[in-house]
Design a protein. Structure first.
Length: 259
């Protein structure tokens, strides 16, 4: 059984997929498996995945008809076996020591969650701000309780799951999944995750390299406007439902402000 399971949804990302997979080949810690869910790709993504199985023998490829990001991640969750879990997007990539650093800290401190930062970039170099930098708010070398973590998130909250290294049992034991047919799916999954954790730490490193590309879900204005608006309304309704089920004032306050 590997120490870490990485879930990698793949859909029409041929121009970027090799950089993502190369970052896994280059990891200084190699006791992990990769569950690549080919979600009905129609470009050369599947061929790239199959070619990389020689370079990355712990890479497993599962193909399904196109069902969307949430469904692909949920398929991956059915196959995880590692003690820790990480969700990687296939058009982005990781710093070479990300898995080693997160695994060592999680093991040493018996953590449920490790949070780190991301570095956004565009093909044309236009990006000027970094919304994924939590260094002004979060403290390294501190073990956050759930209450402390939720309070800290009021100051700087990021929902993308690729910012978190997760103890697998936290997700599987609570039967957590992503909501199908929903954009902004992280905006309900991550708050649910935060109300399950007991021990969290932060590493002030931009381990994740976040690519902003033309044609992605969040960059395509025609698709983004209406679908995004409808999904945001669903997320707000789901968060209201979650708020009604939590027991602590910190959790209720967090769900109220999470969107």
């Amino acid at each position: 059984m590997p120490s870490i399971s990485i879930i990698l949804p793949v859909y029409n990302v041929a121009p970027y997929l090799e950089a993502c997979l190369d970052s896994l080949v280059a990891q200084t810690y190699q006791d992990f498996d990769v569950i690549a869910v080919n979600d009905g790709s129609q470009d050369g993504s599947l061929a790239i995945l199959e070619a990389y199985q020689a370079k990355l023998p712990q890479l497993r490829v599962i193909s399904q008809q196109n069902q969307g990001l949430s469904a692909a991640r949920n398929t991956g969750l059915k196959h995880v076996s590692g003690k820790y879990l990480y969700f990687l997007d296939s058009d982005d990539y990781l710093q070479h020591d990300m898995l080693a650093r997160c695994f060592a800290l999680a093991e040493q401190e018996q953590l449920d969650l490790v949070k780190f930062d991301a570095e956004p970039f565009t093909e044309d170099g236009v990006m000027t701000t970094n919304p994924y930098d939590s260094s002004a708010v979060l403290q390294e070398d501190k073990i956050y309780t759930q209450k402390e973590w939720l309070v800290a998130q009021h100051k700087h909250y990021n929902s993308p799951v690729w910012l978190f290294f997760i103890r697998t049992a936290l997700v599987l034991n609570n039967k957590m999944t992503f909501v199908d047919n929903l954009l902004h799916e992280d905006e309900i999954f991550t708050p649910q995750l935060f109300t399950k954790v007991e021990r969290v730490m932060y590493i002030r490193q931009t381990f994740f390299k976040r690519r902003y590309r033309k044609g992605s879900i969040m960059q395509n204005n025609i698709y983004y406007s209406r679908a995004s608006y409808d999904s945001k309304k669903r997320v707000i309704r789901l968060l209201d439902k979650e708020k009604s089920m939590v027991n602590t004032s910190a959790a209720k306050r967090f769900f109220k402000s999470a969107p």
